[in-house]
Design a protein around this ligand. Sequence first.
Ligand SMILES: Nc1nc2c(ncn2[C@@H]2O[C@H](COP(=O)(O)OP(=O)(O)OP(=O)(O)O)[C@@H](O)[C@H]2O)c(=O)[nH]1
Ligand SMILES: [Mg+2]
Length: 646
Amino acid sequence: MVALVAGMQLIATAGHGDHGKSTLLQALTGMAPHRGEEGHPGGPAAEPGFAWLTLPSGGRLAFIDVPGHERALPNVIAAMGQVPAVLFVVAADQGWSPQSAEHLAVIDAMGIGHGLLVVTRADLADPGPVLAEAGRLIAASSLGKVEALAVSAVSGEGMPALAEALGSLAGSLPPADPSGPVRLWVEQVSCAPSRPGEEGGEALVTGTMSGGTVRVGDELVVTPSMRPVRVHAIEALGEPVPELTGPARASVVLRGVDPERLGKGMALVQPGRWTLADAIDVRLAAPAQAQAAADEAGRAAPRLPRTATVYAGSARTVARVRTLSDKIARVSWRESVPLHVGDRIVLREHGDRAARGRPPKPSDLVAAQGGSQPGGTPASGQSTRGLIVLDVAPPSLGRRGSSSSAAAELESWPDPPAAADLLRRHGLLRASAVLAMGVSDQPEPVTGEWLADPAHWAELAGRLGEAVTAQAAREPLAPGLTVEAARTAIGLPDRRLIDALIRPPLRLRDGLVQVTSVGTVGDAQLSAALTAAVKILLADLASAPFASPDADRLRHLGLDLRAIAAAERAGLLLRVSDQIVLAPGADALASRVLAGLPQPFTAAEARQALQTTRRVAIPLLEFLDRAGVTQRLPDDRRRLIQPPTD
Ligand SMILES: Nc1nc2c(ncn2[C@@H]2O[C@H](COP(=O)(O)OP(=O)(O)OP(=O)(O)O)[C@@H](O)[C@H]2O)c(=O)[nH]1
Ligand SMILES: [Mg+2]
């Protein structure tokens, strides 16, 4: 039966060259660890191999067999970045060796927490001392104390116990997350065999993904160009499969892309699920070994260089490092790399002196292939630093002091940071951007897809209020601030945020943000001239509350329509119609007067009772009708339907 989904657990080997890693895998799996797609075991010494076995549980355990040559270190880092566990091999007759230390430093930098120690070639020497020494060194790394076994791939001694230990290791690994975001780091590219009758470019890409599910027919994008490609076929563990969940190593046939345009260091990613980062803020992972050594020597871990090589997946790039504190740094480079908050990446000092101090060039984003970078292997694992990505779209650091406050803030973040942490830093973020940062657990949006930090949101509401009242003070006659002007005033990226921020005393009317507050606020905002004019008017109305000034009187007082509207907004006047202006509360007074009339009453009776003219009485009655205070009957008489309030 063909497996519908070729799931697998991924483990990388680790250990110095010639210590017996590949031989061990061959003995375990019965297959010579393939080196790449062509699978020639004798292939380039720097390329990792691949082999797998079926566990008694039915699950498959696949091994990325890294080469132990120092030239292969970039490939070792690429492999370690994708696996949850390692099989650490040390030869009984060779003992702990330089690449054992290098590999352990990489494992530690990546924070890998699962593994086995296998002392091989136990037929050639007593494995005891090596088991003890390697066990002690490994225990000081992120692996901690691991199960240790001695084996001989030649005599077969210890192999059954190893198979059993691998089974329980596989069982202890974190379960796959099929709904996770897909990022398949490209390791090898070749032309896919052409099919009769089919046109267009096809590429066969081999790579590793740490999670998510790829299906035949999916559209992915190639980083950094973001060119879309279609998955035409998937092959894993030697079989074609319709879908594949990571962690996995797979070959995919891609449609719509010229193989020439693909290469190691690129990645196939799910659209919208990754941030293409060219600057990140990171926490320096405390190197267990270096830390232990530093504690012993009573000094801090070595400082970061200003330029270094950053390894992320199968990509590596020359990067600028700005140290923000002893725990936090900003790392930037020219090309874009698909990253998430919480990703572990590795930074290494340049071995290449010529590269030191030179600004990174686009061509610096090169595949992590072994040996192509001259002198890329410093002598000590101390120069390998693990970085925990905290922010993949960090704000620019301008002023002096902003770097130390940024560091202080980032130091307080948990690993991995949550949406609330990112929002506290950024204030406002789109939900889609936060998802692309790798954070799917998100708070409710404030509007549309906008997420806001609660404190920042409250501050924005305050700033909007200030912007509107400041404008009202500056231009008392203006009817309010346009939404766009309000957006610009408080520097928001989207007008819809203004709508969401409006709450009393702010209101939105006719596309304008206005303050509805009355009384003293209004007094303070109106110009002295307008306030004086309104006072004169109110003095007139005090003795004859329904004797609205006529047009001439208003003109002489300088009260045009805008001025009257401003005074009304400030609660200083009651505007019955464009021509009729009374004191605030005149409507309540009118209803009390009208309550004294026999019901229903005519307009003439009302005019007499109110001691006013028809010019005022008719609009006032209509105003009261609209306000639901009076009701106009079919015979044009009215009755009071709302009892007067005092
Ligand atoms: N006697 C003996 N020889 C072994 C054993 N395991 C491996 N060897 C030999 O050790 C040599 C190196 O083995 P490999 O498996 O190629 O070592 P490796 O760790 O894969 O080396 P690189 O790929 O270069 O890192 C070969 O000649 C093997 O035959 C063992 O258990 N006993
Ligand atoms: Mg090998």
